[in-house]
Design a protein around this ligand. Structure first.
Ligand code: MSP
Length: 515
């Protein structure tokens, strides 16, 4: 069986889950669900990043018990949110877990043995918000970090350094040469070019440990230092799939197929992470996808501006599946975008309440009116409309998902819905009801087969709604199994269609009440 290993960043626990975290996580979830439907054995990893100075600054307390308690509480909030949103993660890794400590210690020991770590006295400007050192040229005229707008303080420490500079040419080769057996596909192209440009300017060795931050994993051979929080965090991608003790599991899933994140942390994933992996001799991630940043009504989302949109708020307003749908549709993957709640509601009403929801109810209502909710009887199911949709979706919808163009895929879904609406107008079943019951049965049955195709395709995006549609039309079997068969067979519809000969349609509640 083919495997697919997909990850989200592990989120800092100093913040509550918000719409930015939700975006990355829903995208990863759709890809995980999509690959499962295509017969892949999927490992989908998410989790929380719990060490470092940022956390100490947030709770103003260095007591280990207080810190761990806070992490437990905040990590649980992320888990709750993902469970609420139906995120089908395989495992949730926390950097304060023992299994992670073992993995980090093992990686650090190996790098040390290979001579890639060395002690050095260092003076630099550290941004706690970003958890990284900056040089003056990266800052504004007041020596503030561009992201957090806070004046950075000079810090002087004796740290272990990682010989990042040693990997410059190897990285460039692997990022630019698509024929290389270890090619890393960085998406989108514009950001890949930025990374290459920066790499070409030169690569400095980086600080790999901290002396005065004891909320972290100790350097195994020098307990006066803790591992730099970013190195600690990146190793979650190994510890989360069983490294170093569960060799079978680890070897089965490694390397990562797709790391998802926003552009803010692409450098860590595209440069520092592959260098560490080369240092310990492991294969490199295949694809690194970074998306843009959300702003809210023109402003950066932040607690102080009080404009953070919570996933819970969206779910209360739109429902779970609609939230998943809307979030993907909000911004094109590779650009930044502004979110306005008014636009969200317009999109909800247009795409979901008016198009998908209405089409479904229109068909169910016809069955109620013409057949008292019984499935229309036909000798041979009419799958022509379903076939037309299936072919259209295969070329557009499926290809777009395979290329991680989820928003485009959803646009083609809307097109597909209009095919069905048009066909209903052409057939005019209300006229057939009066004078041609045989044709009426065939038409309505073809709409139901089309609904089955739609339900199958929206499954990775809106699993609950698709399940409701499937069971309402009393389609055969479990939707996930049927969809898997369908996609594995290259989108071939069985001649018998998806419905039993006899059955009673169940009237569901309104899928997407108009707002
Ligand atoms: N802990 C590090 C990641 C370590 S991964 C080895 C971190 N955490 S974070 O909580 O700040 O999460 C950053 C990620 O959250 C972004 O890369 C993105 O995936 C998501 N987003 C957080 N805010 C966002 C927006 N305003 N817009 C879009 N996505 C953003 O960095």
């Amino acid at each position: 069986m083919k495997k697919f290993y997909v990850t989200t960043p592990i989120y800092y626990v100093n913040d509550v889950p918000h719409i930015g975290h939700l975006y990355t996580t829903v995208i990863a979830d759709v890809m995980a669900r999509w690959k499962r439907l295509n017969g892949f054995e999927v490992f989908f990893l998410t989790g929380t990043d719990e060490h470092g100075a940022k956390l100490i600054n947030t709770i103003h307390n260095t007591n280990r018990y207080a810190l761990q308690n806070f992490c437990n509480k905040m990590s649980a909030k992320f888990k709750e949110t993902w469970n609420l949103l139906n995120i089908s993660y395989t495992d949730f890794i926390r950097t304060t877990e023992y299994r992670h400590y073992v993995a980090v210690s093992s990686v650090v020991n190996q790098l040390f043995k290979k001579g890639l770590l060395f002690l050095k006295e260092y003076t630099g400007l550290y941004c706690v918000g970003c958890e990284r050192f900056y040089t003056v040229k990266d800052l504004d005229e007041n020596q503030c970090c561009l992201l957090h707008k806070k004046k950075l303080l000079v810090q002087s420490e004796k740290n272990y350094f990682f010989k990042l500079s040693h990997f410059k040419d190897m990285l460039l080769e692997r990022i630019t040469n698509s024929k290389h057996s270890e090619y890393i596909d960085i998406q989108p192209e514009e950001r890949k070019k930025e990374i290459i440009g920066k790499l070409n300017l030169g690569l400095d060795d980086i600080s790999f440990s901290r002396t005065n931050i004891n909320w972290g994993i100790p350097i195994p051979f020098d307990k006066t230092q803790t591992v730099y929080v970013w190195v600690d965090a990146l190793i979650n991608y190994l510890s989360g799939i069983g490294y170093p003790n569960n060799k079978d599991k680890f070897q089965h899933y490694w390397p990562t197929d797709i790391h998802f994140m926003a552009k803010d942390i692409l450098w860590f994933h595209a440069v520092i992470w592959p260098a560490i992996l080369m240092g310990i001799g492991y294969p490199l991630p295949k694809t690194i996808y970074s998306h843009g940043f959300f702003t809210c009504n023109g402003d950066k989302m932040s607690k102080s501006l009080n404009n953070v949109i919570s996933p819970q708020y969206l779910v209360n307003k739109y429902g779970i599946d609609a939230t998943r749908y809307l979030i993907i549709n909000l911004i094109p993957f590779n650009t930044d975008g502004d979110i306005s709640l008014i636009d969200l509601t317009v999109k909800y009403n247009t795409d979901l309440a008016n198009n998908l929801g209405n089409l479904f109810f229109r068909i169910i209502k016809m069955i109620e009116r013409y057949f008292n909710l019984n499935l229309p009887y036909v000798n041979k199911p009419n799958i022509s409309l379903a076939q037309k949709l299936s072919t259209y979706f295969k070329i557009n919808f499926c290809n777009n998902i395979n290329n991680v163009k989820l928003q485009k895929a959803l646009n083609t879904l809307q097109h597909g819905l209009s095919f069905v609406n048009k066909q209903i107008e052409i057939d005019s079943p209300w006229l057939l009801y009066k004078n041609n019951i045989g044709s009426l049965n065939l038409c309505i049955s073809s709409y139901l087969q089309a609904i089955a195709i739609i339900a199958i395709h929206i499954f990775p995006f809106m699993p609950t709604v698709s399940q409701i549609m499937w069971t309402s039309i009393c389609a055969n079997g479990n939707i996930a199994n049927v969809a898997t068969q369908y996609f594995i067979n290259n989108s071939i519809i069985p001649e018998t269609g998806f419905l039993p000969i006899y059955g009673k349609v169940k009237m569901p509640g309104i899928l997407f009440p108009r707002l």
